[in-house]
Every structure is written in C-alpha cells, then in structure tokens.
Design a protein around this ligand. Structure first.
Ligand code: KG4
Ligand code: ZN
Length: 376
C-alpha cells in the first residue's frame, strides 16, 4: 500500500443526527481532490503535471458539469501533479446514497480520461469483506523494507478455505453471505428491518449520545462490564435467536430499549451504562448464534466478519471465543479497517481488475441498492 487517507464527515452530519444526503454530496465534491493530494504526497514525489489538451479540457468540463467545485479543484490539481504510477481506478458504485456515489463515479471517470487508465466498479460490501483477507505481516515488512525508510506497506493475504461465510454488519446492512469460491456470493439472509449499526446508533441516541453513537455506546457497555458491582438491572429480548431461520430483526430490540428508557426517565448515568451493556450483549448473542447456525448448516471452513460494527470489541471477542471451539478460521479486519475506508475499495478493485472486470464508462452508474452477487 503506497498511501491511504481518509476524510470523515461524521462531525458535520452529527448536528443533523444522521447522514444528510445533499450535504454528503457537497462534502464529497469539496473533499475528493484534497484527499487525493494527501494520498499522493504519501506515495511519490509530486511532480508537475502535463498541460491538458483542448480535447481533455472539454471532456472534463462535460464529465463534471454537475460538480463545478470538483471540476475547478481538479483543474488546479492537474497542473500540480503528474499521473501517479497506477494501472486502474477503483470506485464504489453501490450500495449507498446515490448522490454521493455519483460524485465518486464522475471523479473516477474524469481521472480515467486524463490519466488514460480503466475504471473498476466496486461493491461497497465486497470491500468490507475482502479487507478481512489482508494480512499485515511484520516479518514480510522487515524482509521487504529492511531499513530502507520507504513508506510502502507490503501486505500478504490470508489463505482461505471454502465454503466461506461472511457476517456483514454495518450502518445499512446485516447479512450472512455464503461464498463457495473466491468472489462468489450467495446472500443467505439480509436485513429485515434496522441494520445492526443503525440499531446501535438509534439506541445511542435514546441514551442521549451524539450520532453515530455505535462506538460510544460500546464504550459505555465496556465500562459497565468492568464495574464488578454493576449487575444488569434490565433484560432485553434476543430477537429471533431460537428461530428456525437465519433471519435477523433488530427493530424490536430498539423498541424495547425505547420503552425501558421512557419508563425510567430521567436515566441516571449508571442506568445508561447498564442499558448499553444489556443492548450490546443482546445484539452479540444474536449475531453469534446465527453465525454458528449458518456455519453448521453450510459446513463452513472460514468465517469473515466485516462492516463498521465489526470494529466492536465485544462482538469480536465473543465471536473469537465461540469459534475457537470449532475447527474454523475467523478473519476480522483491524478496527481501523473495519469502518469505511479507501483501502477496502482498492483491494476489491484489485481483485476485480485481476479478473479483467473493467467498467464500461458509457454505462457506469450508481446503484443505491446494489446487492452482492449482482455485477455492478
Ligand atoms: O461500514 P460503516 O463504517 O458504514 C456503513 O457502510 O454503514 O459502518 C458504520 C456503522 C455505524 O452505524 C457505526 O455506529 C457502527 O458502524 N460502528 C460501531 C462501532 N464502530 C462503528 N458499532 C458498534 N460498535 C463499534 N465499536
Ligand atoms: Zn461500510
């Protein structure tokens, strides 16, 4: 990995209590060029770009007609930077908020036109899955780099055996996905109502925590677990845990928290900690149980966990403990790569490019509801 950077919009959306689509789009248009600059500064000596031909200038104007701010910044950027040593550009085309996805797609098309490299369309959820396969091998790092002082980070990949099961848990998804071979997907079960991350965020809000409160809520739960005197005063349901199916439903759990909060308002700090813990325990119990059930049903050899909620330390620890008793490999990305990042999209793009799956730029478009197993 030559460079990796991230600009978060969390603080901007927090004041609205959730993601505000038009604001997200505007922020993308504002941030994409500075973000790319940040990455290029990590990976190469920036050198002056070539003057743009008249045709390319016209083309860029057309491609970014809807993003004038991005267009303006890109023109300045291209005067400063030459084409980096890349073979392709990976871009997320779904699932997600279409107005925001379009900004990325148009940017990728513009860079592709200037640098003359193909574009790879990536499914966001495939990114969450494949990033778990990335292995930061310290031994290889030393062997390759020695004391060279180079910033490049060499990664290897964990070997995987199939069938593989992926538990994908993010702000918009709760899914169990079966892979019989590499990059082959069959969704076994998808979100019925609230996704796990969404449930975390809504419960966090009920406890008065700022958006997105998933990680903060988990911090409270951890605090409650450490305090020995604190026994749980509350019992929350474990929805569908003994059900015959693999289905998940977290809306009822969120409603149970709302009723508990309303019945005991105003909550003391101790009550908040206790509710946070019971909620996190309930979610974890369900996720672990359903994962074990699917593993059993499909003779799973490797389990991958991905999506922002896989940064949750309690869920990670419980899955690790439960899976240690069965003969199955568990892969979970490090917390900083579990939440949305560019590296996961680059990696998925790399695998797709290796299969020669490049996008047709004339038909490339955003698909807010893109599902795994369906080609972008
Ligand atoms: O994958 P992600 O970064 O964005 C989406 O694709 O949705 O996931 C974001 C979600 C948010 O709901 C956030 O609250 C949740 O992941 N999240 C967590 C934790 N860190 C992030 N939920 C529980 N515990 C965490 N430590
Ligand atoms: Zn995500």
């Amino acid at each position: 990995v030559l460079g990796n950077a991230l600009i978060s919009q969390v603080a901007i959306h927090a004041q609205y209590g959730g993601v505000f689509p038009n604001l997200a789009k505007r922020e993308h248009a504002k941030n994409l060029v500075p973000l790319l600059e940040r990455v290029l500064q990590q990976c190469s000596n920036p050198c002056q770009g070539d003057a743009l031909t008249k045709t390319t200038t016209e083309e860029l104007r057309g491609l970014l007609a809807r993003e004038p701010e991005l267009h303006e910044k890109l023109i300045v950027f291209l005067q400063k930077y030459a084409k980096p040593e890349i073979d392709a550009i990976a871009v997320t085309v779904g699932p997600g908020l279409e107005p925001a996805l379009w900004v990325g797609i148009n940017f990728a098309r513009a860079l592709s036109a200037v640098w003359n490299v193909p574009v790879v369309a990536v499914n966001h959820m495939e990114g969450h899955m494949v990033i778990a396969l990335l292995r930061d091998d310290k031994g290889i790092r030393e062997q390759v780099l020695g004391n060279s002082g180079v910033q490049t980070i060499p990664y290897t990949l964990y070997p995987t055996t199939y069938p593989m099961l992926s538990l994908l848990i993010s702000g918009g998804h709760t899914e169990l996905v079966l892979s019989k071979k590499f990059l082959d997907y069959q969704i076994l079960v998808a979100t019925r109502d609230d996704a796990v991350g969404e449930a975390f965020d809504k419960v966090a809000r009920l406890l008065g925590l700022p958006y997105p409160g998933g990680a903060t809520l988990s911090g409270l739960a951890e605090q409650a677990r450490k305090s020995i005197e604190m026994t749980s005063q509350w019992k929350l349901p474990r929805p569908m845990i003994r059900d015959d199916t693999l289905d998940f439903s977290f809306a009822g759990l969120k409603t149970a928290v709302r009723k508990t909060v309303e019945a005991n308002s105003p909550l003391t700090e101790e009550m908040k900690l206790s509710i946070a813990r019971e909620f996190e325990d309930a979610v974890t119990d369900v996720l672990v149980e359903k994962t074990m059930k699917a593993m059993d049903e499909y003779g799973i050899q490797t389990v991958v966990v991905g999506g922002g909620v896989s940064a949750n330390s309690h869920i990670r620890a419980e899955l690790t403990t439960r899976l240690s008793s069965v003969n199955c490999k568990l892969l979970i990305p490090p917390p900083e790569l579990a939440t949305d990042n560019a590296l996961m999209i680059a990696l998925a793009g790399y695998f797709r490019a290796a299969k020669n799956e490049f996008a047709d730029l004339s038909t490339l478009c955003a698909d807010g509801n893109l599902r795994l197993g369906k080609s972008p």
